[in-house]
Design a binder for this molecule. Structure first.
Ligand SMILES: NC(=O)c1ccc[n+]([C@@H]2O[C@H](COP(=O)([O-])OP(=O)(O)OC[C@H]3O[C@@H](n4cnc5c(N)ncnc54)[C@H](OP(=O)(O)O)[C@@H]3O)[C@@H](O)[C@H]2O)c1
Length: 304
């Protein structure tokens, strides 16, 4: 019987990963690890037969080792800035090593952070820094890289100005942008967790679009033309993010506005574009396209 441990299983992506793991392998036990006082693990998973709940603080190495012991893979879906991506994940990794867990999936789930220029994307550089620790242990790691979450195009990632009928772009409207929905990412993570032969990095993209193709798509979906709006160069956006970061008072915020700008810098500069997309690694899958996400959003909007 396979034991899969998910840290951050009470989060948005973590819950989806647990659901996909349970669906993918009826013989698997999913162990969720949550922090003391976090609260929601018991209400989410208390009634589920194949889910075990372990409570441990990331500062308590012995409790972490006990929680991880016997697991075949650790799937991290924790979220945060330095204190989490490096702090909590290094504690989790140290426990995985001492507990003899053979495999580890870090909480990456992003565009390709490996080549971004230093100083241009804080969250990506934290992942790169953690990867260096991970690669120096005997644990076999697999990172899942998926571009941006497509779900964010309808709100959190303000690239489509729905009311003004414009699609923003920086530098080039023809830069390829990778997007994958959270559900498609979670299904991929479950496949990777159950794949003992998974390579160091698995890249997937539910869809690959450009600002130009999104504008065309929005025109077709709404019956009204959408224009493209040049918002500056990626260098200008990077400068604005740098100023925003300097003025911000909370370096530990996970997704401050300046970090959102940095995400667009990495995507529109092409530095974070996926280069080895392997959507067929786990056979034929139904990938949700950007068009599907936008069509659903427009239907909901029209109904509401
Ligand atoms: N590619 C993209 O566009 C994109 C967009 C959004 C997110 N992401 C990434 O997806 C991953 C999951 O994000 P999410 O939105 O699902 O996260 P989330 O809902 O905010 O929460 C994840 C979990 O992290 C744990 N956590 C929170 N603070 C912590 C701390 N200080 N120390 C240790 N654990 C802590 C919590 O679990 P417990 O309370 O149970 O311990 C929480 O439920 C992250 O890597 C995030 O950066 C990617």
């Amino acid at each position: 019987m396979t034991t899969l441990l998910v840290a951050g299983a009470t989060g948005d992506l973590g819950r989806r990963i647990v659901r996909e793991l349970l669906a993918a392998r009826p013989d698997a036990v999913v162990r969720v690890m949550t922090r003391p006082g976090s609260g929601t693990a018991h209400s989410l998973y208390g009634e589920q037969d194949r889910v075990e709940i372990r409570v441990a603080a990331y500062t308590d190495h012995a409790a972490l080792v006990a929680a991880l012991s016997g697991a075949d893979v650790v799937v991290s879906a924790v979220s945060g800035a330095r204190a989490v991506i490096l702090g909590a994940q290094r504690a989790l990794l140290a426990a995985a090593v001492d507990a003899g867990v053979p495999r580890f999936i870090p909480s990456d789930y992003s565009a390709d952070y490996r080549r971004v220029s230093p100083g241009t994307n804080r969250n990506f550089e934290l992942r790169r820094e953690f990867a260096a620790y991970l690669d120096a242990t005997p644990v076999r790691a697999t990172s899942v890289l998926n571009g941006a979450f497509a779900d964010m195009l309808t709100g959190q990632a303000p690239m489509i100005l729905f009311a003004r009928k414009k699609v923003l772009y920086w530098s080039s409207p023809d830069q390829v942008l990778d997007f994958t929905t959270k559900d498609d990412v979670a299904r991929t993570v479950a496949h990777v967790a159950l794949d003992d032969a998974a390579p160091r990095v698995v890249e997937v993209a539910g869809d690959r679009v450009t600002a130009r193709s999104i504008a065309r798509m929005m025109g077709e979906l709404t019956g009204t033309p959408f224009g493209m709006q040049w918002a500056g160069t990626t260098a200008m956006l990077s400068g604005a993010a740098r100023i925003g970061r300097r003025l911000s008072r909370d370096e530990e915020a996970t997704f401050p506005a300046w970090q959102g700008m940095q995400y667009f810098v990495s995507m529109f500069s092409g530095e974070a574009e996926l280069q080895h997309v392997a959507n067929h690694r786990y056979g034929q899958q139904d990938w949700t396209s950007v068009r599907d996400v936008l069509a659903k959003h427009l239907q909901v909007d029209a109904a509401g």
